[in-house]
Design a protein around this ligand. Structure first.
Ligand code: TMP
Length: 224
C-alpha cells in the first residue's frame, strides 16, 4: 500500500509564536514515536529560500507589485511541494510547515487585494492539489503581534516588506485567516495565541491527537 504522511500547516500573524509551537509539537509527537519534518514557506528548499530572500527583503530600487509577489511565492511553493513536501508525505512522514497556501489567500488575496479566487487557482496549481490535513491558526490581534516582532527587530535589525505594512493591512490579514477558518472548520484548529505558549501547546496537542484522521494515520503507521 502507498504510504501517506500527515500534513500540518501553521498560520497566523507575525509574532504569533508559530516557530515555538512547531518545535513544541514536533517534540511532543516525537515522544509519541512520530518523527516530523519541519519546514517553512516561502522557502524550504535551496532554490525557494533564495526566492524567500527576494520576496521578503528585495534590496533594489523597484516596487514589487502584488501580482509579482504572488507569482514568486507560488513559484517557491511549487518547488517546495515537488522537491520536499510530497516526497516526505510519500515516505509516510508528518510534515509541519510554517505558513502555506492560506497565507497567500490572506496576505496576497485579501490584504494586497488580488482576490481569493485568483489565489486559490494558483495555490491549487503550485501544490498539485495537495491540501493540508490540518491547519493550525494561531490567532492574535495585530497590535499584540506587532509588540512581539518589534522586540525581535530591536535585536535583529530591519523590518521586512510585510512587517513595514500598517495596522490596517495586518487587520485584514487577521480577518481573512478567521474567515478561511470559519469556511473550513474541519480543516482548521484555531487557538487564541495571546497567552502562555505552554497552554497553547497543550490545547493544540489535545485537539490534534483527538482527530479521527490523525488517529487513523497513527494506527496505519503502527500496523506497518
Ligand atoms: P515569516 O516566515 O517570518 O512569517 O515571513 C514570511 C512572510 O511572508 C510573512 O510576513 C507573510 C508573508 N507571506 C505571504 O505574504 N504570503 C505567503 O503565501 C507566505 C507563505 C508568506
Amino acid at each position: 500500500m502507498k504510504k501517506n504522511g500527515y500534513f500540518i500547516t501553521f498560520e497566523g500573524p507575525e509574532g504569533s509564536g508559530k516557530s515555538t509551537q512547531i518545535r513544541m509539537l514536533a517534540d511532543a509527537l516525537l515522544k509519541l514515536g512520530v518523527r516530523c519534518l519541519i519546514t517553512r514557506e516561502p522557502g524550504g528548499t535551496d532554490f525557494a529560500e533564495k526566492l524567500r530572500a527576494l520576496i521578503k527583503n528585495y534590496p533594489g530600487p523597484e516596487t514589487i507589485h502584488p501580482e509579482t509577489e504572488l507569482l514568486l511565492i507560488e513559484a517557491a511553493r511549487a518547488q517546495h511541494v515537488a522537491e520536499k513536501i510530497l516526497p516526505a508525505l510519500a515516505e509516510g512522514k508528518v510534515v509541519l510547515c510554517d505558513r502555506f497556501t492560506d497565507s497567500s489567500s490572506a496576505y496576497q488575496g485579501a490584504a494586497r487585494g488580488l482576490g481569493l479566487e485568483a489565489v486559490a487557482r494558483l495555490n491549487a496549481f503550485a501544490t498539485r492539489g495537495r491540501l493540508p490535513d490540518v491547519t493550525i491558526l494561531l490567532d492574535l490581534p495585530p497590535q499584540r503581534g506587532f509588540a512581539r516582532t518589534r522586540k525581535r527587530q530591536e535585536t535583529q535589525g530591519e523590518f521586512d516588506r510585510f512587517e513595514v505594512e500598517d495596522l490596517e493591512f495586518h487587520r485584514q490579514v487577521r480577518q481573512a485567516f478567521l474567515a478561511l477558518a470559519a469556511a473550513e472548520p474541519e480543516r482548521f484548529l484555531v487557538a487564541d495565541a495571546d497567552r502562555e505558549q505552554e497552554s497553547v501547546h497543550q490545547e493544540l496537542l489535545a485537539k490534534l491527537t483527538a482527530r479521527q484522521d490523525f488517529l487513523r494515520f497513527q494506527a496505519e503507521r503502527i500496523g506497518k
